[in-house]
Design a protein around this ligand. Sequence first.
Ligand SMILES: O=C(O)CCC(=O)C(=O)O
Length: 300
Amino acid sequence: MAARLPTYAANMRDNPQWLAMFALGRFLPVRQALWRLAHEGVSDDCSASMFTANQPETVSTLRSEGLVTGLQLPEPVCADVLRFAQSTPCFANLSRRVEFLPSAHGKAVGRAGRPVLTGHYFDRVEACPAVVAVRDDPLLHAVAAGYLGRKARVISTRLWWSFPTSDASDADLNLASQEKLHFDLDDWRALKFFFYLTPVDQDGGPHVYIRRTHNRRLARHQWTLVVGHPNQEVLDAYGPENKTTVLGGAGHGFVVDPFGFHMGTVVRNSPRLMLEVGFGVSSALGRRFHGEPAVQHPRR
Ligand SMILES: O=C(O)CCC(=O)C(=O)O
């Protein structure tokens, strides 16, 4: 909770609508009522998409499971994003205080005086045409419209490294959204596309998602101010068989309803580069990272 306070404070200062969503968006009946009011989205023609996934199937599996894997970024797009990230300085641990090239992670740890779990690009992603092409892709927008309804719009574009770390504290891990199952409250309804730009195996900091928790929620996980809950408690409540650890090669993509429980995990081998494109339904809400201004996304 403490790690997320700067984000919450900035949201509250700038946007009274965020507070209503943050207070009520955790209650399943409220979400379901709003879902029923949503107007069906108009699906884009996906023939120009860089992806081969099928839109109706993706939306239908997302509805039932909360997670769909197997989207694949074309190799040249993946290579362009990786090249951009390798040659552009990122920021340590979600603050602009320490800026470094990913190859100089060791030095950044020295300058930060603490473990550096992540390197974020914040609004610098806008300078990468390949990222913009992914964000504008018709399949992503068609899936978002099919799942969220007509109001679907991009609310986040995020590119970041997760670095191998062995000495992180609980606070460091919480700040990096690692090793603690949580749900996101970024909007009344949301979905997120994630793409690995580097190969991710068991030791590569795979994303973990608890399937079907996007539309099931015990009362104690609704009547709570905190979004993170102990992993074992979540697994006991929703069944360990619903835990999916997403492994994949460079370019592997997946889409999740982030109201379902999920988490990143600690990287133990080589750095993981991840791209997120998030969709929501409220024009006034953008996804913010720890007090950073939300990246602005013009309506398509
Ligand atoms: O790093 C990851 O795999 C998960 C990130 C995450 O938990 C989030 O964006 O809320």
